[in-house]
Design a protein around this ligand. Structure first.
Ligand SMILES: NC(=O)C1=CN([C@@H]2O[C@H](COP(=O)(O)OP(=O)(O)OC[C@H]3O[C@@H](n4cnc5c(N)ncnc54)[C@H](OP(=O)(O)O)[C@@H]3O)[C@@H](O)[C@H]2O)C=CC1
Ligand SMILES: CC(C)(CO)C(=O)C(=O)O
Length: 301
């Protein structure tokens, strides 16, 4: 299968690398530093069991790539429209596009920007770029994808490439459940620059987390999304499962990258306001992350 990965970063390189190992013809579309390293040496995939160099194609400009059968769309949420428009001229009418992004609206925003159907997915993986053309895998690696006429075939293709993939009966519920996890912990970990275990050791943090989750559930329900009863318990269990991990938002701030906060707590605050559902804790966390970002931008220390 001809595969294009839009966004040769932590998620795109990991899943693109696995598809290349399974024999698919993969092109990673990314920034020139990653493209140069991949063209020179292949993609370096580091896992807990070892490191391998995977030969595959890479391009910084999508305008010359072979029209893809499958696109893994893996840029950060703020880049969705621009990256989609850059890729759009290379799409075939039957190209299948999977959005492998956090947040609940990337697939619909991309679809609106390019006028081509997009399948949403929820990504359960821990990966990071450890250097140019070098992706490090920390754990997991499964996908839940939305239902469509192509989804069963795509899920089978991905699963046979060692990417366990299930077609979700209710993708909005799955996307919101992951969003709730991100809203509960990402901003707090980023503002404090602390891992989850240390966060919860501070008096009052758990109450803030509970408030965030309850606001998210109320906003989701106002948006017509059904949220399972156990979401509160499951979300509260995260720090126990990964006490030493910092959120991706904390990592974005530490690297001087723009965060996805507008697409996490910011989305809940915005949708809450639109539906008349109060979400003050989500708004406060959004603003706190933006304040940290603006302090960095202003050069203050
Ligand atoms: N990393 C993880 O473990 C997980 C990530 N996710 C989600 O997956 C999505 C992707 O995250 P992640 O892979 O970590 O992000 P990364 O920043 O590692 O990867 C995205 C890459 O795409 C590049 N890019 C953006 N726009 C373009 C463009 N137009 N052309 C070429 N390259 C472009 C970015 O470059 P630049 O930085 O220069 O803009 C960056 O190198 C996010 O929504 C994230 O929340 C979900 C689960 C786990
Ligand atoms: C680790 C987890 C699940 C929650 O914060 C995450 O998705 C992130 O850091 O973005």
């Amino acid at each position: 299968m001809q595969v294009a990965v839009m966004g040769a970063g932590a998620v795109g390189c990991y899943f693109g690398g696995l598809l290349a190992l399974a024999g698919h013809d993969v092109t990673l579309i990314g920034r020139p530093n990653h493209v140069a390293a991949i063209e020179a040496n292949g993609l370096r995939l580091e896992t807990k069991t070892g490191t391998q160099m995977i030969p595959l194609k890479a391009a910084s400009d999508p305008s010359a790539i072979t029209p893809p059968d499958l696109v893994l769309f893996c840029v950060k949420s703020a880049d969705t429209e621009a990256a989609g428009r850059a890729l759009q001229p290379r799409l075939k009418p039957d190209s299948v596009i999977l959005s492998l992004q956090n947040g609940v609206d990337n697939a619909s925003r991309l679809q609106a920007a390019i006028g081509h159907p997009v399948i949403a997915s929820v990504v359960y993986v821990g990966t990071e770029m450890a250097g140019p053309g070098h992706v490090r895998h920390h754990g997991r690696g499964e996908l839940l994808i939305g239902a469509s006429a192509q989804s069963d075939v795509i899920a089978a293709t991905l699963t046979s490439a060692k990417i366990p993939t299930t077609v979700a009966p209710d993708i909005d519920q799955a996307l919101w459940s992951k969003l709730i996890l991100n809203c509960a912990y990402n901003a707090l970990s980023a503002v404090a620059d602390l891992p989850y275990g240390a966060l919860l050791a501070i008096d009052g943090t758990e109450q803030v987390v509970r408030n965030v989750i309850e606001e998210c559930i109320a906003v989701a329900r106002a948006c017509g999304v059904s949220i399972p009863d156990d979401v509160l318990t499951k979300t509260l269990a995260l720090p126990g499962a990964m006490p030493s991990q910092k959120s991706s938002t904390a990592q974005d701030l530490a690297r001087g990258k723009p965060s996805e906060i507008d697409f996490l707590n910011g989305t809940v605050a915005r949708l809450g306001a639109a539906h008349g559902v109060p979400a003050p804790t989500n708004l406060a966390l959004t603003v706190m992350v933006k304040l940290v970002e603006s302090r960095r931008g202003s050069g203050a220390s």
